[in-house]
Write a protein that binds this ligand. Sequence first.
Ligand code: SF4
Length: 350
Amino acid sequence: MKTQRKAISLISGGLDSMLATKAILDQGVHVEGINFYTGFCVEGHTHAIRKKDKAKPKRNNALWVAEQLGIKLHIIDIIEEYKDVVINPKHGYGSNLNPCLDCKCFMVKKAHEWIQENDFDFIITGEVVGQRPMSQRRDTMPVIQRESGAEDRLLRPLCAKILPETLPEREGWVDREQLFGFNGRGRKPQIALAGKMGIEDYAQPAGGCCFLTDAAYSNKLADLWTTRGERDYELDDIMLLKVGRHLRPRPHFKLIVGREEGENRFLEGYRKQFTHIIPISHPGPLVLVDGNINEEDLEIAARLTARFSQGKKAASVRVEVHSKKGDTTEMTEMDVTPYRIEDIPTEWYL
Ligand code: SF4
């Protein structure tokens, strides 16, 4: 009797991993999905916060893909272990703080450990030769196989035909002839294949699968490391970098200003951890103060809060200051003159 072979597929929630998984499922292999949560993922609640993203489906795309394909999905939290990948990437960063090659090696390594523990036979990814400048190049793809330890148990169904044969192909667990030879940055072959497979709906992530490919996000992370004097972060730090307008008037403190109701509500969850300011004479944002501030700094912070309120043109705006003192918070009120937009130095904006 033929042994039922089992594969784990790295599911990002995008089209490529969806197609790769379907191609192997269609060959009768038992496939389950694996999705690694790093904290930088674009998925999840952050889409639900802003009005401008209203049209985007509020779904976790990895879960949605698994559901469409009818496979089980394992979502694995790698937040702690992943820090070393972001902070010390052996292969360096891409155009922003995206350590894509180290990231791929790490994720395939974790998937390889998973198949060993769970008695699966091989790993699938949706990688395509030449698709991404760092991790999906002809010369870096073997690096992922080697450094992850997966070696030829790593199968890339979308470009397998232009890569050396892997174990699942050699052993006849999958038919190489039914795999693909996609190459390059174009998306047409994938879109055509989706059509053939009857896949009409899929996520189209712009740029990459995580916030680290985003220039504005990376600037804020670099600022965090510089001003703290160490390259480290906690989950709350990287979540807060996704939300609000960030301004750093002085090296020892910055402000996180809610840009709309959804962001204000999100920032409210952090009120107990930060000194925060709220305009009370006019509607306006909730502003978190990250850092220890003195009287002079407080004046700057309050005037900026007033600037981003609906009283920005008023002579004076009254704000409520909730100063964090140890475990307690002290509340005071003050009247301030809003900053004029031209008086805010551009270098304050992160
Ligand atoms: S975009 Fe982000 S999640 Fe995707 S490979 Fe690069 S670092 Fe990893």
